[in-house]
Design a protein around this ligand. Structure first.
Ligand code: ADP
Ligand code: MG
Length: 344
């Protein structure tokens, strides 16, 4: 190791991944797609095997003072299934690895696994292995998901074409707004432990944060409608960051309209109360685990009647950049803020 020291925060998460992967090339002909998408693709003859992994750390990704263990188990699986879905693939197996400090009892780990089991049932995946070790501090849960995809149905981040329509499922910004509510209630509770948190009013957005769903329902519906997205990614880091990933890898520009962004009323109302702009939460919040994808204009016709797929803009020339037309009809350049754990 040289004397030089570069802070990880200087590069950011994506810069670090780029730097680390620089010296690697694939030597196996089965490796059809490596680092850089939601999941890797392995050529298995008549289909692709799809592979993705994600790790959640206590204190970074979750706070056990408001995250019930069952929900955490469910979420850890759902976020991996979401990455498999983002390739237009179907998950089949998972492995789950745990790092446990002595703070956790057998009963606590059983609670966590109730959530893992609920997710296995809900997404029809089999738990086939994992690893269990002790951890110096806190809880670590890492899940690897394996899926399958028809070769002709795969959607990478790199396939968006100029004039394609940009689509997003469900609603956005809620998970971030839910987290703000939970953190506020935690502060109130710590200041006065006799206060019970008042969360009924925020039930939807709190659930968006604590127990997100992977949109496998959409993947099955797209197949039934015979629509293959030209590009797809899941919304884990915030819409702006995901738009930039598609833009960079497809070498196109993205144009979205603020008034088309699907935002739930509870997200708006809470934003108003907390003085957080709902559009900002949508663009930079993250953890909604909805699907962002592009389709041809012909395919858009087939999706028009779908109640949970929203058209938010168009793919344009790369030179036109990534922009949003605001409600006031101003044009603003999008910033790929996303989450940067290394700078927090
Ligand atoms: P996602 O948000 O979809 O989970 P990430 O942003 O975590 O994706 O990762 C982007 C890409 O970089 C993925 O292909 C992932 O497998 C890869 N990646 C992340 N961390 C590493 C690492 N430490 N070494 C090699 N590849 C990595
Ligand atoms: Mg992803």
């Amino acid at each position: 190791m040289s004397e030089k020291r570069t802070e990880i925060g200087q590069l950011g998460e994506f810069g670090l991944i780029d730097k680390l992967s620089e010296g690697f090339s694939n030597t196996n002909s089965e490796t059809a797609l490596g680092i850089g998408d939601d999941a890797a693709l392995i050529d298995s003859g008549d289909h692709y095997t799809v592979l993705s992994t994600d790790m959640l750390l206590e204190g970074i990704h979750f706070d056990l003072s408001f995250m019930p263990l069952q929900h955490l188990g469910y979420k850890a699986v759902a976020v991996n299934v979401s990455d498999i879905a983002a390739m237009n693939a179907v998950p089949k197996q998972i492995t789950v690895s745990l790092g446990l400090s002595n703070r956790f009892s057998v009963e606590a780990v059983e609670e966590l696994y109730k959530g893992v089991r609920a997710a296995c049932d809900s997404f029809k995946v089999d738990l086939v292995g994992g690893d269990t070790t002790s951890s110096g501090s806190g809880l670590v849960i890492s899940v690897t998901a394996v899926g399958v995809a028809d070769k002709s149905l795969i959607s990478k981040r790199s396939g968006a074409q100029i004039d394609d329509v940009i689509c997003v499922t469900g609603d956005l910004g809620g998970a971030y707004m839910g987290l703000q509510v939970l953190e506020r209630e935690k502060q109130v509770f710590m200041a006065n432990p006799n206060m019970t948190p008042q969360l009924e009013k925020y039930d939807y957005i709190v659930q968006r944060q604590l127990r997100p769903e992977a949109r496998m329902d959409i993947i099955h519906e797209l197949k039934d409608l015979k629509v293959v997205p030209s590009a797809m990614i899941d919304v884990s880091d915030g819409l702006a960051s995901e738009l930039f990933h598609i833009s960079k890898q497809s070498q196109v520009g993205m144009k979205i309209y603020e008034d088309k962004l699907p935002i739930d009323k509870q997200t708006y109302d809470t934003g108003y109360e907390l003085n957080i702009d709902a559009t900002t939460a949508t663009l930079n919040g993250g953890e909604d685990y909805e699907l962002l994808f592009t389709v041809s204009k012909a395919d858009m016709e087939k999706l028009k009647k779908h109640p949970d797929i929203h058209f938010i803009g168009y793919v344009q020339e790369q030179s036109a950049g990534n922009i949003m037309i605001t409600k006031g009809e101003r044009e603003v350049a999008l910033q790929a803020q996303g989450w940067n754990h290394f700078n927090n």
